[in-house]
Design a protein around this ligand. Structure first.
Ligand code: FES
Ligand code: FE2
Length: 423
């Protein structure tokens, strides 16, 4: 029995899970969105087990370049050791535990702790420590590392203490989509952060439904047609069956045209029992001649990405897990990532990628490139923060999901399964 006792009150997590499971068609109870105790379970059962997308490799092209990835209490140094090796270390000195890297990013031939100047090599081994006793063994004081995988230029880390879950069985099916899109050879054009005062699950739940699109996102809805948003608005499986069937004729016509250009089409769904609910799909932006996901439908970048031979007007949606996604069109891609800070705060980070040979100011205008998603995510921030405020009320009770929120039901089931896995 998982009874978590706090100074103020006690949370019966098993009871809350049981109640949530008996109401699969309804949202979660307030405690799931607010209690520090639940947040700490979330970290242990989800964020320390999943493969977490941290950034694109083009952020650290040179040896010794690093950046910090912060999640809850952990700070991780993502560091390029050599041309073909990227490492991830806990940002904790093996002497007395100081943070070693204090800047968000940098470059150095070694890592120097600012406290007593212990230094570390790029492979994490201890390089030097002054005036230590004779029996001090440097080899026992390397930095703590975590699992790293670079997949089509996307850096993933895994904080599992032992062996990490198999990466390929979850993500291999996404490979052809990432290949077509040229994610591996892309470069970062713009990066933006949107601190969000909401629990990470409210951010996730908002992103995996498009029920809110009509009232909340006028600009997004001016780009994407209503029938598509109803059928596929938040990816495969997010809309009512009837709407999917109705839309399938248009999808099929677009698929045939895209295939005739030699472009990949199709849908992949890892299913509800997969590690992180991975999905991939390609579908058209709209049938009104939009070439790219911009307000006027015109390309935002003059250079096509990846293996696209011409504009097919399609989008590639990749879901790596409920907290990281890539939404790509022919000329640019957006990586969307939610990172929990604590029970009530989540950092949203969006990274726009373009082809590596695209030149800022010549081939793309960064302001135009970011427009649709910058507007949309600011609206999402507002509505999820409102959602968090409402959920904190004593009168909040979980309400029923609509037919456009099918993925919320899958996510809830998946989430509860993760929590139970530690019991
Ligand atoms: S805590 Fe890093 S050198 Fe002392
Ligand atoms: Fe939204």
């Amino acid at each position: 029995m998982k009874n978590i006792i706090t100074t103020s009150n006690s949370i019966n997590l098993d009871g809350l899970i049981e109640e949530a499971e008996s109401n699969p068609g309804k949202a979660l109870a307030r405690e799931f969105y607010s209690a520090e105790e639940v947040f700490s379970e979330d970290m242990q059962t989800i964020f320390k087990k999943q493969w977490v997308l941290v950034d694109h490799i083009s952020r650290i092209p040179e040896k010794g370049q690093y950046f910090l990835f912060e999640i809850a209490n952990e700070s991780i140094i993502i560091l390029r050791e050599s041309e073909d090796k990227v490492n991830a270390f806990y940002n904790v000195c093996r002497h007395r535990g100081s943070k070693i890297c204090l800047d968000n990013e940098g470059q150095s031939n070694f890592l120097l702790c600012p406290y007593h100047a212990w230094s570390y090599n790029l492979d994490g081994s201890l390089k030097a420590a002054r005036t230590m006793p004779e029996d001090f063994d440097k080899s026992e004081h390397s930095l703590h590392s975590c699992h790293v995988k670079v997949f089509h230029g996307l850096i993933f880390i895994n904080l599992s203490e032992g062996a990490a879950p198999d990466f390929d069985s979850e993500y291999a099916a996404l490979s052809p989509f990432a290949e077509q899109q040229g994610i591996a050879t892309a470069k970062i054009a713009v990066k933006k952060e949107y601190p969000n005062v909401a629990n990470w699950k409210l951010v996730v739940e908002n992103f995996i439904e498009c029920y809110h699109c009509k009232p909340a996102h006028p600009e997004y809805c001016s780009v994407h047609p209503a029938e598509k948003l109803l059928a596929f608005g938040a990816g495969p499986g997010s809309g009512p069956e009837e709407a999917v069937e109705k839309y399938s004729k248009k999808l099929l016509a677009w698929e045939e045209a895209a295939q005739a250009m030699g472009h990949l089409t199709g849908v992949y769904d890892g299913g509800n029992d997969s590690l992180g609910l991975a999905q991939a799909a390609r579908y058209p932006i709209n049938d009104r001649g939009w070439l790219s996901e911009t307000l006027d439908g015109k390309p935002a970048c003059k250079k096509l990405m990846g293996n696209f031979k011409d504009y097919d007007g399609g989008q590639t949606a990749l879901a790596f897990n409920p907290f990281s996604f890539a939404l790509c069109c022919n000329d640019f891609a957006v990586i969307l990532r939610w990172t929990p800070k604590d029970a009530l705060n989540t950092n949203i980070e969006l990274t726009w990628l373009v082809s590596e040979d695209a030149v800022e100011g010549v081939d793309y205008d960064p302001e135009n490139l970011v427009k649709v998603w910058d507007i949309t995510i600011k609206q999402d921030k507002q509505i999820t923060e409102n959602n968090q405020s409402g959920v904190m009320s004593g009168k909040y009770v979980p309400g029923p999901y609509s037919l456009q929120e099918a993925r919320n039901i899958s996510f809830k089931k998946w989430y509860l399964k993760q929590l139970k896995s530690s019991s």
